[in-house]
Write a protein that binds this ligand. Structure first.
Ligand code: C5P
Length: 255
């Protein structure tokens, strides 16, 4: 049965291989998965994936956001699948063949997640890029349109805000995986963060708590800084687990 810690994905947003390894050792088994992004993968390569696997039971989400011609994406994804990672990302781009090729390349070994619209992209960017006004003025309609392509091409799901998770689940069904960043534990929002020494300067604007995201249907939560910057990251991770456990019904791994 899925337990509270299985929901947590810890992003290894760290400046060096050495500091990433410290967090992997500290948190392996405390979180469901580690997210390895471009910065760490460029620095450390497939060895960091092997290291994470050997360190303990937590799975791996390889967030490389692939975007290329279908044949290249398929070949890259088949290398990713050989590494034994649970999820990997690919941009939606303009052409569905790329998404289908990513899924083919993964050969059912790795769940392919589509990146719909980056949260750093504004309405003005979409307009300037030549998209129709309906998408520029309603970015969420572009997210949902791309999510439909992701689903049709056989991908496992998408990454989106906890505020959109409910809409995505409603439209694409409960088996379509939804991973949500922008999560802030209740204790980090309620002003108690100083006891955990987390940073107050935070660029995530549209945040939700772990339970709000799970209740909206999120399957996994990316939680970085509230854990990474805590005085004691392991106890911060356990605090998030306790917060989730306390709010979940027993049938879903809670008390
Ligand atoms: O919890 P925190 O804000 O520190 O998490 C940051 C992580 O979430 C980064 O790895 C970032 O790539 C990821 N992320 C995000 N917003 C998105 C997609 C991913 O913050 N829309």
């Amino acid at each position: 049965m899925k337990t509270a810690k299985d929901y947590i994905i810890f992003p290894l947003d760290l400046p060096s291989q050495q500091s990433a390894k410290e967090y992997i050792r500290l948190l392996s088994g405390e979180v469901g998965m580690f997210k390895i992004g471009l910065e760490l993968f460029i620095e450390a390569g497939p060895d960091i994936v092997k290291y994470t696997k050997s360190a303990g039971p937590s799975g791996i989400f390889l967030d490389l956001k692939l975007h290329d011609i279908p044949a290249t994406v398929s070949r890259a994804m088949s290398r990713v699948a050989e590494m034994g990672v649970r999820f990997a990302t690919v941009h939606c781009g303009e052409n569905r063949e790329m998404l289908k090729s990513a899924v083919e390349g993964s050969r059912g070994k790795t769940g392919v997640l589509g990146v719909t619209v980056l949260t750093s992209v504004s309405a003005e960017d979409i307009r300037t890029a030549g998209f129709r006004e309906e998408y520029a003025s309603h970015l969420s309609s572009l997210v949902l349109q791309r999510a439909a392509a992701v689903k049709e091409c056989g991908c496992a799901g998408i990454v989106c805000s906890g505020l959109e998770a409910g809409k995505v689940k409603e439209k694409f069904g409960k088996d379509f995986i939804v991973i949500t960043p922008g999560i802030r534990p209740a204790w980090a929002i309620s002003g108690q963060q100083n006891t955990q020494n987390t940073q107050n300067t935070d660029d995530q604007k549209r945040v939700v708590t772990p339970l709000q995201a799970i209740r909206s249907g999120a399957d996994y939560l990316v939680i970085g800084r509230p854990i990474r910057d805590a005085e004691n990251p392991k106890s911060a991770a356990r605090r998030v687990v306790a917060e989730i456990t306390a709010g979940l019904p027993e049938s879903a791994g809670g008390h």
